[in-house]
Design a protein around this ligand. Structure first.
Ligand SMILES: [Zn+2]
Length: 282
């Protein structure tokens, strides 16, 4: 049969296939597909498993993290919630030990004192039933549960006001992310959005409460933010809670400061305009 694997097929009536290559066509076709359809990067593809050791129970476990690089920052909301091209990193910011229920925002995960760990052990671990970690990506609902667990951990361990406030703020962002992701053709879309906005405002109010207290009792940087970035954020939370007097006072502190960055100053001016608009509508 020489070099041709198929010579002789003619006997079976398949003479037109005698010249076919075993692998050539396949390769060509694959290539064609790549050219015609550039593959979109999915959320799952930019995740990886990061290993943690639980400070409470010593359990080694993995938590999903977003690889930096492909997920590009495209902007932020007025309350500094970041927006990215592919995946929302806020969903992945709570680290949860599935064994004992110890949970915290990434930045606080390793920082609990032995007294705090004791309180969590007594009040949470003794009753904790575990979380489902099998999904390849976290949905907003799954992320919400993780934030609730982090918040109850923070309450039990008597965390600083800033830590509790930060968890509340990010939980509000989770609810906003969920509302944005609801399918446009969903039944009862408007009511569902309204309900999520109502829940979001509850978390915003708690974040505002915690941050206002932190501003008076904790040294800067707070939650990794420098003084004026943090004051701007509190001013915006005050606006969302319709506490316009406080908001305008903080905005004026920012605008008249000589050391604040131009970016924050601009945002503060935008906030002032927003308040003017809202007050005039009343
Ligand atoms: Zn643990």
């Amino acid at each position: 049969m020489g070099d041709n694997l198929f010579s002789g097929l003619g006997q079976l009536g398949l003479g037109d296939l005698e010249g076919v290559g075993v692998f050539e066509e396949e390769k060509k076709e694959e290539k064609k597909e790549e050219v015609s359809k550039p593959k979109e990067v999915t959320e799952e593809e930019i995740l990886y498993d990061k290993t943690y050791k639980c400070p409470l129970c010593d359990n080694k476990f993995t938590s999903k993290m977003i690889r930096t690089g492909k997920n590009k920052l495209i902007g932020s909301d007025t309350d500094l919630r970041p927006r990215y091209t592919i995946a929302d990193p806020i969903k992945y910011d709570c680290i949860v030990c599935g064994n004992c229920g110890y949970a915290a925002l990434n930045r606080y995960f390793a920082k609990a004192t032995s007294k705090q760990l004791d309180m969590i052990k007594q009040n949470i671990s003794s009753k904790f039933k575990g979380v489902d970690e099998t999904a390849p990506v976290y949905s907003y609902d799954e992320a919400f549960v993780r934030y609730q667990l982090a918040l109850v951990n923070a309450v039990v361990k008597k965390a600083h006001a800033s830590e509790k406030g930060y968890i509340c703020l990010k939980t509000a962002w989770i609810l906003r992310g969920k509302a944005e992701q609801l399918p446009e053709d969903m039944e009862g879309l408007e009511e569902a959005k309204k309900e999520l906005q109502k829940q979001e405002l509850q978390f915003i109010k708690n974040a505002y409460h915690g941050f206002k207290e932190a501003m008076q009792t904790e040294p800067f940087p707070i939650c990794g933010m420098d003084e004026y970035t943090f004051i701007y954020l509190v001013a915006e939370l005050a606006r969302k809670c319709k506490d316009y007097g406080i908001s305008l006072k903080l905005i004026s502190d920012i605008i008249t400061s000589k050391t604040v960055s131009p970016k924050i100053k601009d945002r503060a001016r935008e906030l002032k305009d927003l308040i003017k608009e809202e007050v005039s509508k009343k």
